[in-house]
Design a protein around this ligand. Structure first.
Ligand SMILES: Nc1ncnc2c1ncn2[C@@H]1O[C@H](COP(=O)(O)OP(=O)(O)OP(=O)(O)O)[C@@H](O)[C@H]1O
Length: 256
């Protein structure tokens, strides 16, 4: 059976609004495989972005459990979750400008990402698995997916990574000199430099023209080919066509 990088069990998300309680996601259980491209698809308002925020540990669900590489995350402190988001779980936002440090050069953005990976121990403590009652479970070691290679193993240097990202010779450029698609590529490159176990992206092509969107689609393929699992929320048919695994959402729940 395929290894799982992220697992949701009976996850629900409710928001309080002045008009009352809104259920954005209800009773979602799913396994994100540790390889390939996973797409969360569905119409506007179906809960894709909410679920992506839960999967990327940005948001704690109101109900249910989220496991990263076999370990529960729901009991983690805000600090521990932030540490995981700096390294293990990288979220790439819709707007290219939100993913990068605008006043740094292209090369310095990558260097900052690599340094974040070095500063934060890879073995950020996660709480033990919930105690299970079956005798079999107590004798079985916790399920673990082997950690991905360290960031420094994955990239030999900034220039080499920029070549691989199709951005050769841009190390000294300002981020604003890159197109939207190139900025998104760089954002995925930073996720790689941080040594992320999984990269998530919310509608990464929605603000881009067709040529820039092509760059992003290529980058997602590249990441998956490097063994980095990618999870994308999108209603872009070209992106959905890349899915190795697809979950369809309707009204906050998985469609049958
Ligand atoms: N912070 C919030 N407060 C209140 N309601 C919210 C909040 N975030 C999302 N919702 C509601 O939850 C539901 C799911 O929203 P979500 O943004 O996850 O859907 P989506 O499928 O990503 O939509 P889109 O494709 O338009 O981005 C919607 O009804 C939305 O209005």
């Amino acid at each position: 059976m395929a290894e799982t990088v992220l697992r949701l069990r009976e996850v629900g998300v409710r928001y309080r609004t002045p008009a009352g309680s809104v259920t954005a996601v209800s009773e979602v259980s799913l396994d994100v495989p540790a390889t390939g491209i996973t797409v969360l698809a569905g119409p506007s308002g179906s809960g894709k972005s909410t679920l992506l925020r839960v999967l990327s540990l940005v948001e704690r669900p109101t109900l249910g459990a989220v496991e990263l590489r076999g370990r529960g995350t729901t009991g983690l402190s805000a600090r521990a979750r932030r540490a995981l988001r700096r390294t293990e779980v990288a979220l790439v936002f819709q707007n290219p400008g939100d993913n990068l440090i605008g006043h740094l050069t292209v090369g310095d953005n990558l260097r900052a990402a690599t340094q974040a990976a070095r500063r934060t121990p890879r073995t950020t403590p996660l709480p033990p698995q919930a105690t299970r009652t079956t005798p079999q479970a107590t004798t079985t070691p916790p399920r673990t997916t082997p950690p991905p290679p360290q960031a420094t193993d994955r990239i030999a240097g900034v220039d080499e990574l920029l070549d691989q990202l199709g951005l050769p010779g841009t190390a000294d450029w300002k981020v604003s000199a890159l197109s939207g698609g190139q900025q998104q590529r760089l954002a995925f490159g930073c996720a790689l430099a941080r040594g992320a176990s999984v990269v998530l992206a919310d509608e990464p092509t929605s603000q881009l023209d067709a040529a820039s969107a092509d760059l992003v689609l290529d980058t997602l393929r590249d990441l998956a080919a490097r063994g980095v699992p990618v999870v994308v929320a999108s209603h872009d048919p070209r992106l959905i066509a890349l899915a190795d695994t697809r979950f369809d959402l309707r009204n906050g729940a998985l469609a049958a």
